[in-house]
Design a protein around this ligand. Structure first.
Ligand SMILES: O=C(O)c1cccc(C(=O)CC[C@H]2O[C@@H](n3cnc4c(=O)[nH]cnc43)[C@H](O)[C@@H]2O)c1
Ligand SMILES: [Zn+2]
Length: 353
């Protein structure tokens, strides 16, 4: 919501190109995607909350002093989601915002533990997200898939509950494709989650933990070694370790880069210091994502504009970035071919104007 984070230096013509470019979003959080309108509506329903009811006041509320402050604010918004109908509405509105940006496919990170521990019935929770997923696909043409993440700081109880919800055949939603680990990294060692990731992977889920967002490259190594990560959420500190960069490149383990998020949570000081260019130069597959867009005053289009500036990309370069995301997504082969074809057709048409 911190509007000043929107990059004013994106060239106008690329902004127009990006706006209509078909895209995939691989790293975006469910609650962190609630629009100011939805957040203020929910806050008005719950006067006991400290979340502002005036959307304009959210700009200040969503200005973070550090990562811990971000998580504290994030949890105050989580506290506003109290019924299955809140969950359904939030999910549907998030899909509408994605569709407006020509997002054809999104993997949305959901933290079911946060909802079930706040008293939302687990069956009703699954039905709510699935109902919204199906409505989004038929009404907006946006395909949604879920990543269920463990809120690491909540400990092994949260890990057990998340794993149960993700692997119990009677509960597991049809749209679930992957298993993650989020929240603070400091004091939350990745190896302790190995048994839970082992169970999720055995149940057919892909491994996509956050790592190297707020700690060093050793956390990324831990995510690879112990959690068998197939993609890394953020992975920012990988730039400090050339061997790690070479490993990520060789094994095509993509980084889900979220530049504006890293500035908003103060994980990186300025956009110009963001290591995205080092990743690309090392041959690492980079995808561009928005993380918690309204909280960070951004959206996926703005993240592509930021990437264009930091990487010096033109339309073809942006189309390649968009195709990277499709390629390393967990969509089926036919779906990937369809969206990549759309990207190529759109780009060729734009350049032929
Ligand atoms: O729900 C609870 O009761 C609870 C108790 C203790 C700790 C937690 C969390 O740590 C929740 C964190 C939550 O944050 C999400 N998130 C959103 N954006 C990011 C990000 O950029 N980096 C890491 N985590 C992020 C994540 O999905 C976690 O579930 C909750
Ligand atoms: Zn994230």
């Amino acid at each position: 919501m911190t509007q000043h984070l929107v990059d004013p230096r994106a060239p106008r013509d690329l902004t127009a190109f990006i706006a209509e470019l078909p895209k995939a979003e691989l790293h975006v959080h469910h609650v962190g995607s609630a629009s100011p309108r939805i957040v203020s509506e929910l806050a008005a329903r719950h006067p006991d909350s400290k979340v502002p009811t005036d959307p304009a006041a959210l700009v200040d509320y969503f200005t973070f002093t550090d990562f811990a402050h971000f998580i504290e604010v994030y949890l105050s918004v989580v506290d506003l989601i109290r019924t299955p109908e809140d969950v359904r509405l939030l999910t549907y509105e998030v899909a509408r915002d994605l569709a407006r940006q020509q997002v054809r496919y999104a993997e949305l990170t959901i933290t079911p533990f946060s909802s079930t521990r706040r008293g939302i019935d687990e069956r009703a929770f699954m039905d709510a997200i699935e109902d919204a997923r199906k409505a989004a696909e038929s009404e907006f043409g946006t395909v949604l898939r879920w990543c269920f993440d463990i809120p690491g700081e909540a400990g092994l109880e949260a890990a057990e509950e998340t794993t149960r919800l993700a692997t119990d055949d009677r509960l597991r939603p049809e749209g679930l494709v992957s298993f993650g680990l989020g929240g603070p990294e400091v004091g939350v060692p990745r190896p302790q989650f190995k048994p839970y990731f082992d169970r999720a992977i055995a149940a057919g889920l892909h491994s996509v933990p956050h790592a190297g967002e707020t700690t060093g490259p050793e956390t990324v190594w831990d995510a690879l070694t112990h959690l068998r990560a197939e993609r890394i959420g953020h992975g920012t500190s990988s730039a400090q370790d050339p061997k790690l960069l070479a490993h990520l490149a060789e094994h095509r383990i993509a980084l889900e880069v979220c530049p504006t998020s890293n500035i908003a949570t103060r994980a990186v000081r300025t956009l110009d210091e963001h290591p995205i260019k080092e990743f690309v130069e090392a041959g690492v597959v980079v995808t561009i994502n928005s993380d918690d867009p309204p909280m960070f005053g951004t959206d996926l289009d703005n993240e592509y504009a930021v990437a264009a500036r930091l990487l010096g990309l033109d339309e073809r370069g942006l189309a390649e970035l968009a195709k990277n995301a499709v390629e390393v997504s967990f969509l089926d082969a036919a779906g990937k071919a369809r969206i990549k074809g759309e990207i190529d057709t759109y780009t060729a048409g734009w350049l032929d104007r």
